[in-house]
Every structure is written in C-alpha cells, then in structure tokens.
Design a protein around this ligand. Structure first.
Ligand code: PHE
Length: 345
C-alpha cells in the first residue's frame, strides 16, 4: 500500500536527516529522495495502481509528503550552510593574542651617524659637501699638496700603492686631495667638506688601515688661523658639550703654514693619563692650518689675493669620544651586539 510505503519512507527520512552535516551528505540525500530517480518519484509511479476513487486523496497525501520532505531539505540546507560557515571561520580564525613576527631592522653604523652629525654641524656654518675618489694619483695625494717626491713627509703616512711602479696610483692616505679637486673645479669663495675613507698601513688601538676623515677647506679673502680656531671651537661645542676641552699644538704639514694639531681631553681618564691617550691626557682629533700659498698657486688661485684654512678630522676618533669607545677596532668588527646599541640614535 502506498500509504504504508509513505510511512516507512517518512520514518527513514526522519532518521537520515539527523546525521546530515555536510554539503556532500545533503546532496546525496536530495538525489536519493527528491531527485528524478529518487524515492518520491518512485512513489509517484505507484499512483498508477491506486484505485480511481482514491487517486485524488492519495495524490494530495503524496504531494503533502513531498512538500514536507522539501521543507526538511531546506531546513537541513540552512543548518549545513551554517555548519560549513562555522567550520570555515574556525579554520581561518586569527589568534589576535599571538605575538607579532619580529622583522629584523637595520640601523646606521656609528661612523655614519657621527659623519652625518659632523656634516650637520658644519652645514650650519655654510659648508657644502664634496666627495672625491678613494683611488688617487700621486699628484693629488702628494705633489700638488706641496709634498714633493722624496719629501720626508711621505713617510709620515704609510701609503698603499696600487701601481707596479710603486708611486703613481695609490689609495688616498688622507682626504686632502679633495682640496685640490675642489679648487680645480671652483674658485673662491670656497667653503667645503670632503668626508671619506682613507687608507694607511697602520694598525693598533687607535689606528686602523682604513678609517675615515672629514676634510674642511675655506678659501676667501682675509681668511686667517683665527677663523679656523673659531669654527673648530664651535664644532666641538655642538658635537660634544661645553666640558670637552681642546688644545692647539703647533705642528707641521707640508700643505699648511702655519700648521696645528688639535687635541680634545681624553674621555677615558678625564685627562689624568691612561694607555688610550698614551699617558698625555689628550687625544688628537684633527690636523689643520692655513693653506700653504704654494697649494693655492698649484690650483691657479692668486695667493696674494686669497687665503684659506684647511683641516682634516678623524671621524672614528670623534665617534669614540662621543660614545666612549676605547678601542677603534670595535667600530670595524661590526659585532651586532655593538651595532644594535646605535639603532635608536
Ligand atoms: N691631511 C692631514 C692628515 O691626514 C690632516 C690635515 C688636513 C692637515 C688639512 C692640515 C690640513 O694628517
């Protein structure tokens, strides 16, 4: 009997729908019961054998049953959709309490920080910046700076030569060749800084075969040693603080006359004397002086009209003073434990 078949099927469906939780199971359910070859379509076929007078009511019963199964199906679909969404949400859940991934960040090297700061101080006094080549020729590094061939002053700086003849091409031993290059390009008034790496075969606690200097050159009418002293005083005050003492010592450079060496009080011992300052209480940070007439003339500048001063500051020395570093090699080893301390500067 069709009625009995409906009843059996209904019970079966009620059972089945309890366990449907996925789209696939739902699809299978639809095929099994509501699809073209499904159980309900099968029941519809059974209508043929129903006696005529019962056809109308049986048809209604069957239609109601089909409607009910459809409703069940829709309700299940809604539930399955919700379940699937929940599953997806769980899979894609973001744990906002999870610590963020730390991305390593670089920072400026203490020498770069120091150089930038030095440039800033001098830029405030109106200096431009020029950068010359690290590979120089003998002419710029020595001869036109008034250091003749066989001049004993060439021994003051142990030179790395690059050319086989051991004299023409070399690694610049100082930034002073920058003076020549600037004066070749530009006539006075000149007020320029030449920062850069320099090379000497020297190595101990306060020397390294490569280090950096900052050359300064001012050429104009009426420039004297007092202008140099005034600017350096201002520089030291801005770079450090009022407590750092400086002293000028007479010195000798072939390209300046008179020449001076400027020391600052030793930061390690406060001036009492220690191994760092070689028991003098002072650390030399720069050499300078009034530009030698011959150097001006070598660059086509009339030394009876113009005069100038020049200085060369050791950038590492300034960095060591500023940050209390007592061995220069610390600045070249690039130990991350050291470099990290400069990241926020
Ligand atoms: N070039 C000199 C040195 O390296 C420093 C210096 C620069 C001296 C300019 C006088 C003038 O020692």
């Amino acid at each position: 009997m069709l009625k009995d078949q409906i009843k059996v099927l209904q019970e079966q469906i009620e059972q089945e729908r309890q366990s449907i939780t996925s789209k696939e199971e739902l699809g299978a359910f639809w095929q099994k019961h509501l699809g073209k070859a499904g159980s309900i379509a099968e029941l519809m076929k059974g209508m043929r054998d129903v006696p005529k007078e019962e056809k109308k009511t049986m048809g209604q019963v069957l239609n109601e049953f089909k409607g009910m199964v459809n409703e069940r199906y829709e309700a299940m679909k809604k539930r399955v959709d919700e379940l699937e969404l929940e599953k997806r949400n769980q899979a894609e859940a973001v744990d906002i309490t999870m610590p963020a991934r730390i991305r390593p960040m670089g920072g400026l090297h203490p020498i770069t920080i120091t150089r930038n700061e030095m440039v800033n101080v001098f830029a405030g006094m109106g200096f431009d910046v020029f950068e010359g080549p690290e590979t120089e020729d003998d002419d710029h590094n020595f001869t036109r700076l008034n250091v003749q061939k066989n001049h004993p002053a060439r021994d003051m700086q142990d030179t790395f030569y690059l050319s086989p003849d051991m004299e023409s091409i070399l690694l610049r031993t100082h930034t002073s060749p920058g003076q020549i290059r600037v004066m070749d390009m530009k006539k006075p008034p000149i007020k320029v800084l030449v920062p850069g790496n320099v090379f000497r075969s020297d190595s101990d606690a306060t020397h390294s075969p490569m280090f950096s200097q900052m050359e300064g050159l001012v050429v104009d009418k009426g420039i004297t040693l007092c202008d140099l002293q005034g600017m350096l005083d201002q520089f030291v005050k801005e770079m450090f603080d009022e407590n750092v003492r400086t002293r000028l010592r007479p010195s000798y450079f072939p390209f300046t006359e008179p020449s001076v060496e400027v020391d600052v009080s030793c930061f390690e011992c406060g001036g009492k004397g220690c191994s760092l300052c070689k028991h003098t209480g002072w650390i030399e940070v720069l050499g300078g002086g009034v530009v030698h007439r011959q150097v001006l003339e070598n660059c086509g500048i009339d030394s009876s009209v113009y005069s100038g001063f020049a200085f060369g500051i050791g950038i590492e020395r300034i960095a060591m003073l500023k940050y209390g570093i007592n061995n220069m090699s610390v600045l070249f080893k690039n130990d991350l434990r050291v470099l990290k301390q400069f990241q926020s500067l």
